[in-house]
Design a protein. Structure first.
Length: 278
């Protein structure tokens, strides 16, 4: 169904796999279109309560496919008017590409990235847009854009500076060096490191099952509050959570959660409402 991804849903867990290992799961034009489509289909239709993103082959994602760049022989704009039009088109195209990763952040359900091998260039953009990141011992992350003479522009910097100390962000950005999984864990960029991909997926699925067992509205509220608090003052965050609970507070789900814990059983909670399209 998709050129770049395979999607399975089981026990309220959606598993999105990158499936172009022969191309190191590099990002193509189809990738940009398919990912937000997949996430919207899952989230808008309440098909799952958590998303796990993993990959195939030696690398998680090698960044932008070179074929996505314009042809080296492409005609250059001849006049100022044509140049302005081209620059405006480039600006809006970048915004479109940014949205392909921002959909992971704006989705109502948590998204977990499982990184094996390299998360390179756009692979870093993909990883940092997720709620949590886990990695294998052979994994590494690198802001490759610096090494090819450009500035990362689809989400790395606005998100990375909120995840790790600024000094590490600057070092990664200015040098373009590889940050291995153990260093990434030490600075808080990944939650845990595992010896191999099979072990990582097994352990991450345990985390996903824990998330999926909770009340979806409560988890959605957690994600909403964390994202809001990240981008606003403490005072604004406190006010927002008060407004949220005033409108979203569900005593019946609290009672069900407490009863389920007391009875040592899975809670039975309502799914998030489906979102109707335009």
């Amino acid at each position: 169904m998709y050129e770049c991804f395979e999607v399975t849903i089981d026990d309220n867990i959606a598993h999105i796999r990158l499936i172009r290992p022969e191309k190191r799961n590099s990002i193509t034009t189809e990738f940009w279109e398919e990912l937000p489509e997949i996430v919207a289909a899952i989230d808008n239709n309440s098909k799952a309560r958590v998303i796990v993103i993993s990959s195939t082959g030696p690398h998680f994602c090698a960044g932008l496919d070179i074929s996505s760049f314009g042809s080296a022989g492409e005609k250059k704009p001849s006049g100022q008017k044509e140049k302005t039009q081209r620059n405006a088109a480039f600006y809006h195209n970048v915004l479109h590409l940014q949205n392909s990763f921002s959909c992971l952040e704006t989705a109502r359900i948590p998204v977990i990235a499982c990184i094996q091998g390299g998360a390179i260039g756009g692979g870093v953009d993909l990883a940092v847009a997720c709620d949590m990141r886990y990695a294998t011992e052979d994994a590494f992350l690198t802001i490759q854009e610096t090494n090819i003479g450009m500035t990362a522009d689809v989400g790395t910097f606005p998100r990375l500076v909120k995840l790790i100390p600024e000094g590490f962000v600057r070092e990664m950005a200015y040098t373009g060096r590889r940050v291995d999984s153990n260093e990434a864990h030490r600075i808080g960029l990944v939650n845990a490191v595992y010896p191999d991909q099979a072990t990582m997926l097994e352990e991450v699925m345990k985390v996903a099952r824990q998330i999926a067992s909770k009340a979806p509205l409560a988890v959605y509220g957690c994600k909403k509050m964390i994202n809001y608090a990240r981008d606003h003052s403490t005072a604004d965050g406190l006010d927002y959570i008060a407004i949220w609970n005033a409108s979203m507070f569900k005593p019946e789900e609290i009672f069900e959660a407490m009863s389920a814990n007391a009875e040592n059983r899975q809670g039975e909670f309502a799914s998030l409402p489906k979102i109707k399209g335009p």
